[in-house]
Design a protein around this ligand. Structure first.
Ligand SMILES: [Zn+2]
Length: 88
């Protein structure tokens, strides 16, 4: 019978639990919603509709992708309006 070898235990997540996560903005979805990734453990967060930071699950990735599309459309439209107004 073999003993299972123990791996050296430098786990980034442990480092984070001791010192806290080191989040960086990785994506700007809208003016209010951003996505963050921890430099150490690669944990991802996002802003929800209340402005709280929550874990970026695949469900929220989808929501953010939709938000981003809608937001970009809105911005395009707003720009078009300004353009046509200034042309007029
Ligand atoms: Zn972390």
């Amino acid at each position: 019978m073999k003993n299972t070898t123990k791996k050296p235990a430098f786990i980034p997540a442990m480092y984070c639990s001791l010192l806290g996560h080191d989040y960086q903005v990785t994506k700007k979805v809208t003016n209010h919603v951003k996505e963050y990734t921890c430099k150490n453990c690669k944990k991802q967060l996002t802003t929800n509709s209340n402005g709280d930071l929550i874990e970026l699950t695949s469900k929220f990735k989808e929501i953010n992708a939709t938000l981003e599309r809608v937001y970009n459309k809105k911005m395009e439209r707003a720009n078009e309006k300004v353009m046509s107004n200034s042309v007029y």
